[in-house]
Design a protein around this ligand. Structure first.
Ligand SMILES: Nc1ncnc2c1ncn2[C@@H]1O[C@H](COP(=O)(O)OP(=O)(O)OP(=O)(O)O)[C@@H](O)[C@H]1O
Ligand SMILES: [Mg+2]
Length: 307
């Protein structure tokens, strides 16, 4: 593959809210035409990072450029280059679906007949033509989300930033969004997206970062991240209650990430290998192929995050 210049370049990017560090000096690139994923638990800093990329929120320090333009100095040009789907919809409830698109297009200087024609095109592409005249308030959550994504494409952006585009969608709607993103990618659109669905990230993203507490813990293709942090396979070990503690101790000593599931121990592999569990006192050991979710949990732990 021919290397291309990065479309987004972040170097030591930081965002603080008073003393709270939301994004802690992260460095990453998004390359032209790729689908780039930001994964991380609640409060990890995904939205904050994307808002800085979209020039909605200024960085506290560090470098950040989009399409070669500095976010500190060229926010208007960057906003024209990007389409943005925020985590929360922000549709106008007093307008129809179609008029939401048309009004939004005004911010980009797209007016009158061309705006109407483009709205119809976008509605068609996102399967919303039948809902064009409906008040937004009458649309289901899934349709509102699709309309929000559609709206971001009104001005034909070459890159889109999507903050959890499919959260709350049923499997049909989610698959529909995946198909549409695949078509847009084929057309050369660069995509940066956050998601809590590991299967979605594994299917859509060319590369991704896993973030926690504002820091990047892993970066690579989904396959690379799984391989490195969860190995080729994950072991599910069933043990008698008395054998549990020594087994956890021995697995931990071998450097494996162990999770006590109650009925079984879940042990992830590492650096491409499957965990070696020979000589352990187990009633039953089975293996399954490691997934991105395994790598995610191995990296970010199991404790719930306060919001
Ligand atoms: N405007 C703000 N003022 C103060 N703190 C903020 C603000 N916005 C975000 N934060 C804090 O910054 C941290 C990162 O938040 P952010 O919204 O970027 O997380 P996230 O990864 O998008 O999480 P989620 O998965 O829940 O959407 C959190 O601790 C959050 O409480
Ligand atoms: Mg968020």
């Amino acid at each position: 593959m021919i290397p291309t210049a990065p479309v987004v370049r972040a170097v030591q990017l930081e965002k603080r809210y008073r003393k709270m560090v939301a994004v802690d000096r992260i460095t990453f690139d998004v390359r032209a035409g790729e689908t780039f994923g930001l994964l991380g638990p609640n409060g990890a800093g995904k939205t904050t990072t994307m808002r800085m990329m979209a020039c909605i929120s200024p960085p506290t320090s560090g470098e950040l450029s989009v399409n070669g333009l500095d976010v500190y100095r060229h926010s208007r040009a960057i906003r024209d280059f990007l389409g943005v789907v925020a985590q929360h919809d922000g549709l106008d409830p007093d307008l129809s679906a179609r008029n939401n698109l048309i009004v939004h297009a005004r911010y980009y200087g797209l007016l009158g007949k061309p705006a109407e024609a483009r709205a119809d095109e976008v509605l068609e592409f996102f399967g919303l033509t039948a809902k064009a005249g409906d008040d937004v308030d009458n649309l289901s959550g899934g349709l509102k989300r699709r309309l929000t994504i559609a709206r971001a494409f009104m001005h034909r952006p070459r890159m889109v930033i999507l903050d959890e585009p499919t959260t709350g969608l049923d499997p049909q709607s989610r698959n529909r969004v995946w198909e549409q993103l695949a078509v847009l990618k084929q057309a050369g659109v660069t995509i940066a997206m956050s998601t809590h669905y590991m299967e979605e990230a594994a299917a859509l993203c060319d590369r991704l970062v896993i973030i926690d507490h504002g820091r990047i813990l892993a970066e690579g293709t989904p396959g690379e991240v799984v391989h490195r942090f969860a190995g080729s396979e994950t072991a599910i070990i069933r043990v008698e209650p008395g054998a549990r503690e020594p087994l956890v101790a021995s697995m931990t000593q071998r450097g494996y990430h162990v999770y006590d599931h109650g009925t079984a121990l879940v042990v992830h592999g590492r650096d491409g290998d499957r965990p070696v569990v020979d000589g352990v006192d187990a009633t039953r050991i089975s293996y399954r192929t490691s997934t991105l979710e395994d790598a995610f949990l191995a990296l970010t732990g199991r404790e719930l995050r306060d919001e």
